[in-house]
Design a protein around this ligand. Sequence first.
Ligand SMILES: Cc1ncc(COP(=O)(O)O)c(C=O)c1O
Length: 441
Amino acid sequence: MSDQINTFCSNEELQLLASGITPGYASAPYQFTHGKGVFLFDQDGKDYIDFCAGTFTNSLGHAHPEAVKFMQARLAELWNVHDYSTPFRLKLLRQLNALTPGHIDTFQFYSGGSETIEAGLRALTSFLPATRKKITSFTGSYHGKTLGARQLWHCGFPGEPPSDITQLPFPDGFGLSDAEKKEYEKTCLKTIESCFANNPSIGAIVFEPILGSGGNLQGSISFWNSFDALCKQYSILKFVDEICVGFGRTGYDFAFQRYAIEPDLIAFAKGLGGGFPTMCLAGRKEIMNAKPFGARGGASTTFGGNPLSIAAMHITLKIYNEEKLAANALALESILQEGIRMLAKKYSSIFDFRVSGLMATLCLNKNSTQYTNEFAMRLHQSCLAQGVKVMTFDHLFRIAPPLNINSAELQLGLSRLASAFDRAEKETQMDCPQEFSYSDA
Ligand SMILES: Cc1ncc(COP(=O)(O)O)c(C=O)c1O
């Protein structure tokens, strides 16, 4: 078990973990007992702002009264009928038809993200001709932890065979000036074009329109326009992974709408079930129905689209539309942006940050003399102590509150973050060279 996990565990929990539970992402020396809106509560009644909405999942926060009432009624009705239709599945299909672009007209449901990516890969390889079945991806992307998904992002787990998937450069422009970014995007586009031209066996690309786990990295609209045109020119199908950035997270129903990308297949979304384990694969009929994927039993799974997860998607989507949650995310973007800019100016441990809608990534300064994984973990703990729950991974510090957060709650979370940075930096006596600090000059 890693030290990272130890820091967050009570002795009692450590004993249990040691006896056979594989460490997950994080735990804490207390238990969350319930939630209400954007707040979580522990067994002592202390509140925490859930600044990562479960894990980008709880679009409606916790225990939304209408969703709870609806789901309680569904619990008493039907739990699993495999792939058979139900009244709410019909309603949900109508809702999804309205949510997705007109040419996306066929849907299938899954329980997790990696499973949905694998299903999409099966659909693509069923549809593509024998000579064009290779699928590419972007560097820095994340698509899940199952075998096919891992191959896409070259995760390099120890002992794993190297992936033979050719990856394309993502124009992150990290640390570059605007002019340098433009040049870099052109270089990326040239590399992408030569890859398509020289590898006719590539028939599709899987990509996130904004790299979520990669650090909220974004290309420009002009990059995506040129990329879209290249895909058309070389007949490359676009499988858009919206698992992290879809369903209102960036202020649009789908992040690809920020860039007018036209997808052939979409995997989405962590937030669609409001926290219930459920995902959707959506695509053009001819891809989704291509055999063997589209043959009887080719696309279905044990739990995918069970009545309870269908109900969770239906009610979440209904409330998402009624409460205009994508618009809320877009409206609050400037408050989040400004709040984080103030943090970055004040705290030298922050090197850079990026915000899109209600999704932000702060990059901690790996170049400061005091930066260590211990500092990152201390900061994480300091956040919990100050009553704000965030996601941290290595030097990336991620924020994604429920989509129905209001501006007062967002400001409260930001001020708790400031206290957490204050405390963690004081304890570490951060001393960062000027050239490695954030500057908005
Ligand atoms: C973009 C993206 N794709 C795929 C996945 C994998 O999802 P899961 O962890 O549910 O398998 C994730 C999870 O974070 C993700 O962010």
